[in-house]
Design a protein around this ligand. Sequence first.
Ligand code: FE
Ligand code: FE
Ligand code: ZN
Length: 281
Amino acid sequence: MIKIGSHVGMKAPKYLLGSVEEALSYGANALMVYTGAPQNSRRTALDKLFLPEAHALMKENNIDNLDLIVHAPYLINLGNTVKPETFQAGIDLLTVEIERSIAFKAKYMVLHPGAHVGAGSELAIQSIIKGLDIVNENNNDLIIALETMAGKGTEIGRTFEEIAQIIAGVKRPEMLGVTLDTCHIHDAGYDVSDLDALLNEFDKVIGLDKLKVIHLNDSKNERGSHKDRHANLGVGSIGYDHLANIVYDERLSHVVKILETPYIDDMPPYADEIKGLKEYK
Ligand code: FE
Ligand code: FE
Ligand code: ZN
């Protein structure tokens, strides 16, 4: 059975229970949520989020906790060495998010590594390593899965080497994993159509055992464009077969796949895309 889900909402009135219901309505057996608005640090108290009810509904439907993914807010930038207050705000928010994700019983949290904002990659990578060491000092329960990025602006994580350098630099590499976003790596210049070569490269540079989450998205732009604009499966420049191959590859069967494809006419495409993938082959 394939592990497939999508990004879903996490909002009033039912919060995480509503998220699980939304995922089930798409025919998904996995889901990804933000624990609150990704662009700010206001958070609804944990006891208001229907967590026990959500966990009960997951269990009833055989959704494993491993397949409930949290995405960290994208305003966190541990790579910012220009404004120390941004780095510190990132540490504070990430610390809260780790606690919340553990209360959600999630095992993996996706995190954008950061952006160097003009100071250069090397300084940013050292800053990200320092930040991860701080937040992981007392964390034994949640793997932070660094996301591969398209290389838009000054983003860090545009190559497997940058991700590998972060993992190699931290005190507790066992608390880090990787999220592979197909749109992002394509936009960063990797060839998603040659899956064997891609996985070999990932294995050589990072290690395939570090791969914990896949974001399955087509791309609106050409390979190497460094743009990061997601397209629906099969209507972008990666193409349907190459994305479906990832879903069905034996080497990746234990890795959850999460769709972050755009809404079509204000409607989520996920039920149709999940159905299509299940029927593929
Ligand atoms: Fe992301
Ligand atoms: Fe992504
Ligand atoms: Zn993206």
